[in-house]
Design a protein around this ligand. Structure first.
Ligand SMILES: Cc1cc2nc3c(=O)[nH]c(=O)nc-3n(C[C@H](O)[C@H](O)[C@H](O)COP(=O)(O)O)c2cc1C
Length: 179
């Protein structure tokens, strides 16, 4: 039997992809990072993230056309909540308040110990500016090598380590609640 719930809670049922972080740089060279639950693949090498038009990240991506998406691990929980709770324009030290390492090509900071990351360029600037739908075309993707199955070309056991957003500061990982 199905139970009807409030339409405004649809996103909590549908969830999204794994929780991710979005890293960007301002036109003045200040790095920023945020957390995003609303994301999914769009094509084999293109990802969608829905980003509020008021976020500093949005302005940075519109200005530079570049972004890095990273999949954090459970140990990054406190830092991903920090990235998700202040705006880069109000807190220029946001990135230095979390533990980071640099990506291989763009040399953007990501949370240290992330499971995988994607160095991307913005596709369809007009769509992003209008609707907040960010199409991120992947230029390079890196995955923690112990989490990738080369025989199957699959993210196993990585898929057991990703966090999914449930509500507030509640996440799930591998079928268990993480808070
Ligand atoms: C668990 C979690 C999930 C979030 N998901 C999204 C999201 O999918 N899209 C979005 O625009 N903001 C999302 N946010 C909010 C942003 O991460 C937050 O507003 C952040 O401070 C924006 O930073 P910025 O202004 O420096 O870009 C989320 C926050 C948290 C804690």
């Amino acid at each position: 039997m199905f139970k009807k719930i409030d339409n405004a809670l649809a996103y909590r049922v549908y969830t999204g992809g794994p929780i991710i972080n979005v890293f960007s740089i301002s036109k003045d060279g200040v790095f920023d990072g945020m957390t995003a639950a609303w994301n999914c693949p769009f094509d084999t090498d293109e990802l969608i993230v829905v980003i509020d038009k008021g976020h500093t990240t949005t302005q940075n991506i519109l200005d530079t056309g570049k972004l890095v998406l990273a999949i954090p691990c459970e140990n990054n929980l406190i830092d991903l909540l920090k990235l998700g709770s202040s705006h880069g324009r109000d807190n220029k030290n946001k990135i230095s308040e979390v533990v980071t390492e640099k990506t291989a090509n763009f040399e953007y900071p990501i949370l240290k110990g992330s499971l995988a990351y994607f160095e991307c360029v913005l596709n369809d600037k007009a769509l992003f500016a209008d609707k907040g739908i960010c199409l991120a075309k992947v230029e390079h993707v890196y995955v923690e090598e112990s989490l990738w199955d080369d025989m199957e070309d699959a993210f196993v056991p990585g898929c057991f380590e990703t966090l999914s957003h449930v509500k507030g500061v509640t996440f799930s990982k591998g079928g268990k609640i993480i808070e």
